[in-house]
Design a protein around this ligand. Structure first.
Ligand code: GLU
Length: 508
C-alpha cells in the first residue's frame, strides 16, 4: 500500500500510485547474472508496491553481442523467478514493440525531429581528429571530452563533406549549463557542463546507439521511474536534457522520469561483481538447487533492508515494504554464505514431500540411484528428506547427504576411511554388527538403544569414538544424516553388509 508520507511524495510527486511505470531493460548478452536480477527485482517490487506497471523491454541493438539464446534465457529466468511483467515480449502492451531491434524506424524519425529542432547535429570528426583534439585539450589543461567542433556546421561545409562521400555521426547538443537531478537513492546530484560533452546518438553507419534509444523508449513508453545500476549514473546527466528535448519536440508529453541508481554489488576481494565472475551467474545457483524464493530473498538484501535485522522474507512481504528511498547507496557485498543460509531457510519451509520431489532430479543427475533399489525412489526418499531438511542449503547436496541410502555400496571418502576405519575402531564395528544382527525390530529407537547399550555402556566408549567408524562404514563419509535414522532407512541387510565390509577393510 502506498503511504502518504513526505518520503513517498519525493518518489511519486503528483503521480497517482497506479500510474507508476517502471521498466527493466536488459541487453540480451550472455547469461542472466545476479546484478541484473537484483535490478529487475527492485523495479518489479517498486511497481508492485504502488500497483503500477512493470515493463520488460529488450535492448537488443548491439548485433555483435546480442543473441536470441540469451534473450530466451532472460525470459525463462524471469518466469522461473516469479518476476512477471505486465508489458513486454510475449505479453504485448500499448507501447510496443518491446524489442528495440523492432523500433529502428521510430529512432530514425526521432533523430530527424531532434535535428530539425536543433537539438542534434552532424559531426564529421574522424577518430584521428578527435584523438588529436583530446590530446591538445589535455595538454592545455582543458576538459578532454568532445569540444563541440561541428556545432556550427555551415551549409558549404556540409556540401563539401557530402561531395566527398563522408558520413557524419549525429551528436546531441548538450545545454551549456550544469545538470542537476534528484536521485532517489543518492539525493541531489549536479554535473558540471564542462564534464558532459555533446555525445553520439547515431553512428556514421546510421546505427542508433544506447544513449539515444534508451531515453527515447523511456520517454515514449511513459516510464515514470528509471531504477538501474550505479554503472549507468554517468549517462543520466546526458539523458536528462535529451528527455527535455523529447518533450519540447512532442515525442513525449509526461513529466521527466525520476532516477534512482542502485549500488554496485561487490564480489570476492571487494571487487565489483562482473558478468564474467562465475559466481555472478544465475545459472550457477539454479544448478546448485537454490529455490527462486531463496534467490530473490537474498538479492533483495543487496542494498535494501526490510527493517531491523530481518533477513528472511517473501516476495509479498518485500512488495508491501519496498521503499526505494531506503536503498543504501553504498556498495553491497555478495556473500555466498549468507545466500546459502537464506536458501536453507527456504528449503526448511518446504513440505518434506515437496522437498523429496525436488531432490529427485539432483539425485538422478548425481547417478543416484544408479540401479534403483526399488522401482520407486520416492517412498524412501520421502522418509529420508526430513532427516536432512534441517541442514541442507541447496538441493545439490542431495547426493552427498542421501545418496548413501540408494546405492549398493557407498563411495568411500578415503581420508575419512583412513582416519576412522583403523584397528582401534575394530571392536566398535564388531560390537555394532553383533548388536544389530539379531535386533528384533528394525526401528530408529531400537537401533539407537542397541548401539548405545553395547558400545557406550558395554565397551565404555565415548559416543564420538563409538559412532564415528559406523558412520564412515555405512555412509563413506564423516558427515551424514542422523545416524540411527539413516540405518533404519538403509535397512538391516545393507547396514550389516557395510559394517562387514568395513571390518574386512580394517582386518584385511
Ligand atoms: N540495456 C541497458 C543495460 O543492460 C539498460 C540501461 C538502463 O537501464 O538504462 O545496461
Amino acid at each position: 500500500m502506498p503511504s502518504t508520507s513526505g518520503r513517498t511524495d519525493a518518489v511519486l510527486g503528483d503521480l497517482a500510485p497506479e500510474d507508476v511505470r517502471v521498466r527493466f531493460s536488459p541487453s540480451p548478452t550472455g547469461n542472466p547474472h545476479v546484478g541484473l536480477v537484483r535490478t529487475a527485482l527492485f523495479n518489479w517490487a517498486f511497481a508492485r508496491h504502488y500497483g503500477g506497471t512493470f515493463v520488460l523491454r529488450i535492448e537488443d541493438t548491439d548485433v555483435t553481442r546480442d543473441s536470441e539464446e540469451s534473450y530466451l534465457a532472460l525470459l525463462e529466468a524471469f518466469q522461473w523467478l516469479g518476476l512477471n511483467w505486465d508489458e513486454g515480449p510475449e505479453k504485448g502492451g500499448d507501447y510496443g514493440p518491446y524489442r528495440q531491434s523492432l523500433r529502428y524506424d521510430i529512432y530514425t524519425d526521432v533523430v530527424r525531429r531532434l535535428m530539425d529542432a536543433g537539438y542534434a547535429y552532424h559531426c564529421y570528426c574522424s577518430q584521428e581528429e578527435l584523438d588529436q583534439r583530446r590530446q591538445a585539450a589535455r595538454a592545455a589543461g582543458r576538459p578532454s571530452g568532445y569540444d563541440g567542433h561541428w556545432r556550427a556546421l555551415t551549409l558549404d561545409q556540409f556540401a563539401a563533406f557530402k561531395a566527398k562521400g563522408r558520413e557524419p555521426v549525429v551528436r546531441f547538443r548538450m545545454p551549456d549549463r550544469s545538470i542537476s537531478f534528484v536521485d532517489l537513492v543518492r539525493g541531489e546530484l549536479t554535473f558540471d557542463a564542462e564534464n558532459v560533452s555533446d555525445y553520439v546518438l547515431v553512428r556514421a553507419n546510421g546505427h542508433s546507439l544506447y544513449p539515444l534509444v534508451n531515453p527515447v523508449d523511456d520517454a515514449m513508453m511513459d516510464i515514470t521511474h528509471v531504477l538501474r545500476g550505479e554503472d549507468l549514473l554517468s549517462s543520466t546527466p546526458r539523458q536528462v536534457p535529451l528527455h527535455e528535448a523529447l518533450r519540447e519536440i512532442g515525442v513525449a508529453s509526461g513529466p521527466l522520469p525520476r532516477f534512482g541508481h542502485l549500488p554496485f554489488v561487490l564480489g570476492e576481494g571487494n571487487r565489483k561483481l562482473s558478468k564474467r565472475d562465475p559466481q555472478s551467474s544465475l545459472r550457477l545457483y539454479r544448478d546448485r538447487g537454490f529455490l527462486p524464493e531463496g534467490i530473490v530473498n537474498y538479492l533483495a538484501l543487496l542494498g535494501w533492508s526490510i527493517g531491523g535485522d530481518r533477513e528472511f522474507f517473501s516476495l509479498d512481504e518485500m512488495v508491501e515494504a519496498f521503499d526505494i528511498t531506503r536503498v543504501n547507496p553504498n556498495p553491497a557485498r555478495f556473500d555466498l554464505k549468507k545466500a546459502e543460509a537464506i536458501n536453507g531457510m527456504w528449503l526448511r519451509r518446504l513440505d518434506p514431500d515437496d522437498l523429496a520431489t525436488r531432490m529427485v532430479p539432483y539425485l538422478q543427475a548425481g547417478g543416484v540411484p544408479p540401479e534403483n533399489p526399488s522401482d520407486e525412489p520416492l517412498p524412501p526418499l520421502k522418509a529420508a528428506a526430513p532427516l536432512v531438511q534441517e541442514r541442507m542449503v541447496a538441493l545439490d547436496e542431495s547426493v552427498g547427504m542421501l545418496g548413501l541410502l540408494f546405492v549398493d555400496e557407498p563411495e568411500m571418502d578415503e581420508a575419512a576411511a583412513a582416519q576412522a576405519l583403523t584397528p582401534a575402531a575394530l571392536s566398535a564395528l564388531d560390537e555394532a554388527f553383533k548388536a544389530l544382527v539379531d535386533l528384533g525390530e528394525w526401528t530408529t529407537p531400537a537401533i539407537e538403544e542397541a548401539l548405545r547399550s553395547s558400545l557406550i555402556d558395554g565397551l565404555g566408549l565415548k559416543p564420538r569414538v563409538a559412532f564415528g567408524p559406523i558412520r564412515v562404514a555405512v555412509s563413506g563419509r564423516r558427515v551424514s544424516p542422523p545416524l540411527f535414522e539413516s540405518l533404519e532407512l538403509l535397512g538391516r541387510e545393507r547396514t550389516l553388509a557395510r559394517l562387514d565390509a568395513a571390518i574386512a577393510r580394517v582386518t584385511g
